[in-house]
Design a protein around this ligand. Structure first.
Ligand code: AMP
Ligand code: MN
Ligand code: MN
Ligand code: MN
Length: 282
């Protein structure tokens, strides 16, 4: 059985492992095919290709990206897999998204500074270093100030939807992200559908619109997931005629979440890898 893990992050966004550390760990964990899908950037892909080649790792890399989009009042993440990272439409969209990330981060900083967390933007930016800045960097900076014990605690207090430090960003819409991924030859995957805290009525509305915009796949399997949820998502993928993906959404090792861990699709789901396997054949 080929082990696929099609959702992971590096220090080019909010992952804590460098490209080299991530690739070595994926290899150790027996992953055969790994997609790197950083938030709104493909900066990790070329260094990853180089590292695999130079170290002759037995690992196939899928070029990916996770694009933040706005749909209704939700932030919906769309993963693009097997994309041409040089395609001008994708490059341009990611540049716009990166500018929006920077502007949003500045606003988050202003709001938190008003609450007394002086210099928090500078610290978050420092922690982000070469990465696209994310809320996770603010969360880490606030953990340092003792706001909460961990990142999850800070999100709950300050950064989750409707909290003081939450700034709704004008991310692109789903159609724009899907069109850019398609132009770049890739497949669009609706990321972690169960994590948006939506009723199943809303989830179905989302799947309808995602499909209508040309979305072709959805994530079905994640390591940290109750079996009924996986079955339910598998059923939705069949119902909406979407390919099924699996990925750890790895940011750093945790006891219950790791690269390649507990990833399998329910019966009768069509693996998203069919997309690039079909392209390779013709
Ligand atoms: P951003 O893309 O800047 O909005 O940051 C979102 C990132 O923050 C996600 O990709 C997660 O890695 C992380 N995140 C979001 N919500 C939570 C949460 N409740 N607890 C911990 N991390 C979270
Ligand atoms: Mn993240
Ligand atoms: Mn996500
Ligand atoms: Mn992710």
């Amino acid at each position: 059985m080929i082990k696929y893990d099609l959702h992971s992050h590096t220090t080019f966004s909010d992952g804590r492992l460098s490209v080299a550390e991530l690739l070595e760990r994926a290899t150790e964990k027996g992953v055969d095919v790994l997609a790197i899908t950083d938030h709104d950037t493909t900066a990790a892909i070329l260094p990853a290709q180089q590292y695999i080649e130079q170290n002759a790792l037995a690992l196939e890399l899928i070029s990916g990206v996770e694009i933040s989009t706005r749909w209704e009042s939700f932030e919906i993440h769309i993963v693009g897999l097997a994309v041409d990272i040089h395609h001008p439409e994708l490059v341009k969209l990611l540049e716009t998204q990166q500018a929006k990330r920077q502007a949003r981060a500045e606003e988050i900083g202003r709001r938190l500074e008003k609450r007394g967390y002086e210099g928090i933007f500078d610290r978050a930016k420092e922690l982000a270093a070469e990465a696209e800045i994310t809320r996770a960097h603010f969360a880490a900076a606030l953990v340092e100030r003792g706001v909460a014990k961990n990142i999850q605690g800070v999100f709950k207090k300050f950064l989750a939807r409707n909290k003081t430090g939450y700034v709704p960003s004008q991310w692109c819409d789903m159609a724009t992200a899907i069109a850019a991924i398609k132009a770049a030859g890739g497949v669009s995957v609706l990321a972690h559908p169960a994590r948006y805290q939506m009723s199943s009525k809303w989830l179905r509305k989302l799947l309808n619109e995602f499909s209508a915009c040309g979305g072709q796949a959805m994530e079905v399997a994640q390591p940290q997931q109750a079996p009924p949820e996986r079955q339910f998502l598998g059923q939705l993928s069949r119902e909406y005629n979407l390919l099924a993906s699996q990925g750890s959404d790895f940011h750093y090792p945790m006891p219950w979440l790791d690269l390649g861990k507990n990833l399998y699709l329910p019966k009768d789901c069509q693996g998203v890898w069919q997309f690039w396997q079909a392209n390779e054949e013709c």
